[in-house]
Design a protein around this ligand. Structure first.
Ligand code: HEM
Length: 208
């Protein structure tokens, strides 16, 4: 057995700081969403009753605005270190990615062996992680467009106006929730060694 370094300390710190913040952001967003009667009923009423989400607009707004700044700072640190460390080469899709999408999906479904490309992340991971980063950026921009639609009119116009920004913001939340659900399933499937590497930084490999 040998111990192999997998994830840098900065990456683990940023990732784990991001987890509770993202969940709190979605939670407080649902509080705001529910409090405003103009939104169509996307979630069934029982959802709000069971989770006791009613009449919490002020609480939702306060939490959403505070956590947003922490997430933005964490996100900027991540993007800067992604660029400076060269880790972007491991996470962004590259020339090999399109050809590997179907084999990787089939392997994820257990139909064939996972193609060994020697890369840290496979094609679907690259697409999913880059997609999550992209959704995060668009969520922040559309959030600012809703927050200051007069002062940042040019930004709101980029989303085809206030309603467009609101819809975009909501779609980003759904996309990120979908990413988190699939991410968690894949983390459980990948097993303990893979999860521990995101906590401790190293993976244990069998020596051949
Ligand atoms: C309890 C919840 C979570 C767990 C247990 C978890 C676990 C992990 C693990 C084990 C990896 C490494 C994957 C690998 O090496 O194959 C990873 C990477 C990653 N996770 Fe999570 N994660 C969680 C929540 C989240 C959330 C909420 C987000 C963002 C919305 C997120 C975004 C990412 C990204 C972008 C990467 C790739 C990081 C990089 O290498 O730059 N994760 N996660």
């Amino acid at each position: 057995m040998k111990i192999v370094e997998k994830h840098a300390l900065w990456l683990r710190l940023v990732h784990w700081f991001n987890v509770p913040l993202t969940l709190l952001m979605i939670w407080s967003g649902v509080l705001i969403y529910w409090a405003n009667g103009v939104y169509p009923g996307f979630f069934p009423k029982a959802f709000y009753r069971t989770l006791d989400l009613q009449q919490k607009l002020a609480e939702g707004m306060a939490m959403h605005s505070l956590i947003a700044w922490l997430l933005i700072v964490n996100g900027i640190i991540y993007l800067c270190l992604l660029a400076a460390s060269g880790h972007w080469r491991e996470i962004f899709p590259n020339r090999k990615t399109p050809a590997q999408v179907v084999p990787t999906l089939l392997a994820d479904l257990g139909l064939i062996e996972m193609p060994n490309t020697g890369d840290k992340f496979n094609a679907m991971q690259r697409l999913a992680y880059t997609g999550a980063i992209g959704l995060g950026v668009v969520a922040v921009l559309s959030g600012f467009a809703i927050y200051k639609p007069v002062q940042l009119e040019w930004l709101t116009d980029c989303f085809a106006g206030y309603e467009g920004a609101r819809l975009t913001h909501f779609i980003c939340m759904l996309g990120l929730s979908g990413f988190i659900a699939v991410h968690l399933v894949q983390v459980v499937r990948a097993g303990w060694n893979n999860f521990r590497a995101m906590v401790a930084g190293f993976e244990v490999e069998d020596e051949r």
